[in-house]
Design a protein around this ligand. Structure first.
Ligand code: S3P
Length: 450
C-alpha cells in the first residue's frame, strides 16, 4: 500500500540510452532542518529549493501545529515565522509524520525541553520503527515518553519543564539521534554534548551555527565531540537548499548501468558526510566525474556527469564509509548486480531499521530478478551478473519504502525482462518528480501492470 491512497504498481523496462540533464529536488535532510530551525528562531526565515516531498510537507504541518507560521509563495519560496527557542505551543491534535523517521525524531527533540505535551504517529512503516533510540537520551533531559510496548509510535511526549543539559554518546551511528539531542539541548541551560564514534551527516551542526547557536566540534580519539551552548537566540536565515545527493544517486546509477547513457545532474551537494556512494562508484570503475566544483551556502557542490560504465567491478565497500552513504546501499546493490564480481557490504546493521528492512527487501527482490545475494545480520554480498546481466521479469515488494521502489525501477531500466514494483506511491515522500524526470531522460516507465 502507498502511504496515501491506493498502491501504484509501476514497471521499468530497458529502452534507449538515458541522455540529458536531470534537475533533482532539494536535499531532504536540509529541508527538514530549515523548517524546524526556522520555527525555533524569532523572525522570518526564507527558504528556496525546499524539497516539496510528503516527508517535508508533513514537517511543515507539524511546525504549524507547534505555533510557527509556515507559508509558500507562488514562486516556490517558503517563509517561516518562528516562535523562538522554548516558544513551541502545545499542538491541539496528533502530529502525523507520515513516512518520515527524520521528521518525527527531530521534532521530538525540538519539543522535548518545552513544557508541552504532544502525541506523534505515522504510517505503517514509521509505526514499526524504533523510537527508544531518541526517547532514551531525551529522558536524560527530563522528558517523559509513553509509547507502545516496543517503544513504537503512536507515542506521547511530555516535555521537560526544567530541562537539564546532557552529555550523550550515541550508541548507533545516527544523525537523527544526534540531531534530536542537539535540538533538545537548545532549550536546556548550559552545555549539551553529543559524542559520536562514527561521523554522521553534519547538517544540524552546520545549520545551528548558521542560525547563530554556539556550537563546536572537536575530533578526539573517542570520535566527534559536539558541544552546544543552550538557550541561544536563533537568528532567522535565508537558505538556499542544495540538491539532494541521495536523490541524484538514482539517475546517476541508472545512467551508469544503461547502455549508451550520458547524463548531467547539476548542483549536487557533496558534503563529505553524504558523498560516500559517489566515491564507491568511482572505486568500482564508474565513469562519474565532478564538473565545476564550487562552494554554495557553506556546502561543497558540483555537477555530476555519469556515463554508461560497462567496466565496473565489485569491491569490498569500506565499512567506515557506511554512515556517509547509508541511504544509498539499495541503489548501490543494483549497480553491483550489473558489475563483474562480488560487492561486499559490511557494518550496515542500520539498514535493517530504515523505512523497511533494506537488506531483506533488496535481497528478496534481487533474487527474484535472478541475482545471487548472501546476507547476514549486518552484512550482504551481491554477486554481479555483468552489464545488462540482470534477468528481471519479477514483481517486487517495496514495503512502503521510497528508496526500494526507485532502486528496483532503476534496475528495471537495465534488465532483460523489465521489473515491476508493487507500489511506487512512496516515491512521493522524497522525490515527487522521479517519474517525469526519468521519462525526460528517455527511461521506459509505465504505470500499468506488466
Ligand atoms: C537522516 C539521517 C539518516 C538517514 C535519513 C536522513 C537525517 O538516518 O537514513 O534518511 O536527515 O538526519 P539515521 O540517523 O537513522 O542514520
Amino acid at each position: 500500500m502507498s502511504s496515501h491512497g491506493d498502491p501504484i504498481p509501476m514497471t521499468a523496462r530497458r529502452g534507449t540510452a538515458l541522455k540529458g540533464i536531470a534537475d533533482v529536488p532539494g536535499d531532504k535532510s536540509i529541508s527538514h532542518r530549515s523548517l524546524i530551525l526556522g520555527a525555533l528562531s524569532v523572525g522570518e526565515t526564507r527558504v528556496t529549493g525546499l524539497l516539496e516531498g510528503q516527508d517535508v510537507l508533513d514537517t511543515a504541518s507539524a511546525m504549524r501545529a507547534f505555533g510557527a507560521e509556515v507559508t509558500r509563495s507562488d514562486d516556490g519560496e517558503w517563509s517561516i515565522h518562528g516562535v523562538g527557542v522554548g516558544g513551541f505551543a502545545e499542538p491541539e491534535d496528533v502530529i502525523d509524520c507520515g513516512n518520515s523517521g527524520t521528521g518525527v525524531r527531530l521534532i521530538m527533540g525540538a519539543m522535548a525541553t518545552s513544557p508541552i505535551t504532544a502525541t506523534f504517529t505515522g504510517d505503517a512503516s514509521l509505526r514499526s520503527r524504533p523510537m527508544a533510540r531518541v526517547t532514551d537520551p531525551l529522558a536524560l533531559f527530563g522528558t517523559q515518553a509513553f509509547g507502545r510496548a516496543k517503544g513504537q509510535l503512536p507515542m506521547t511526549l511530555i516535555g521537560a519543564a526544567d530541562p537539564l543539559p546532557v552529555t550523550y554518546t550515541t550508541p548507533v551511528p545516527s544523525a537523527q539521534v544526534k540531531s534530536a539531542v542537539l535540538l533538545a539541548g537548545l532549550n536546556a541551560p548550559g552545555q549539551t554534548v553529543v559524542i559520536e564514534a562514527e561521523a554522521t551527516r553534519d547538517h544540524s551542526e552546520r545549520m545551528l551555527a548558521g542560525f547563530g547557536a554556539e556550537i563546536t566540534t572537536e575530533i578526539t580519539p573517542e570520535g566527534r565531540v559536539i558541544t552546544l551552548t543552550g538557550q541561544p537566540d536563533l537568528r532567522p536565515q535565508t537558505i538556499v537548499v542544495p540538491r539532494d545527493p541521495s536523490s541524484a544517486a538514482f539517475p546517476v546509477c541508472a545512467a551508469l548501468i544503461s547502455e549508451g547513457s550520458d547524463i548531467l545532474v547539476p548542483n549536487i551537494g557533496l558534503n563529505p558526510t553524504r558523498a560516500g556512494l559517489f566515491e564507491t562508484l568511482r572505486d568500482m570503475g564508474a565513469d562519474l566525474t565532478y564538473e565545476n566544483p564550487r562552494e554554495e551556502g557553506g556546502e561543497p557542490v558540483a555537477d555530476l556527469r555519469a556515463r554508461f560504465s560497462p567496466e565496473m567491478k565489485g569491491i569490498e565497500v569500506p565499512p567506515e564509509r557506511a554512515a556517509s552513504m547509508i541511504d544509498e546501499y539499495p541503489i548501490l546493490s543494483v549497480v553491483a548486480a550489473n558489475a563483474e564480481g562480488a560487492t561486499v557490504m559490511r557494518g550496515v546493521k542500520e539498514l535493517r531499521v530504515k523505512e523497511s528492512d533494506r537488506i531483506a527487501a533488496m535481497a528478496d527482490g534481487l533474487r527474484a530478478c535472478g541475482v545471487e545475494v548472501d546476507d547476514g545480520p549486518d552484512w550482504w554480498i551481491v554477486h554481479g551478473r555483468g552489464p545488462g546481466g540482470v534477468t528481471g521479469g519479477a514483481t517486487v515488494a517495496t514495503h512502503l519504502d521510497h528508496r526500494i521502489a526507485m532502486s528496483f525501477l532503476c534496475a528495471g531500466f537495465a534488465s532483460q525482462q523489465g521489473i515491476t514494483v508493487d507500489d511506487a506511491g512512496p516515491i512521493a515522500t522524497s522525490f515527487p518528480i522521479f517519474e517525469p524526470l526519468m521519462r525526460d531522460l528517455g527511461a521506459q516507465l509505465d504505470r500499468a501492470n506488466r
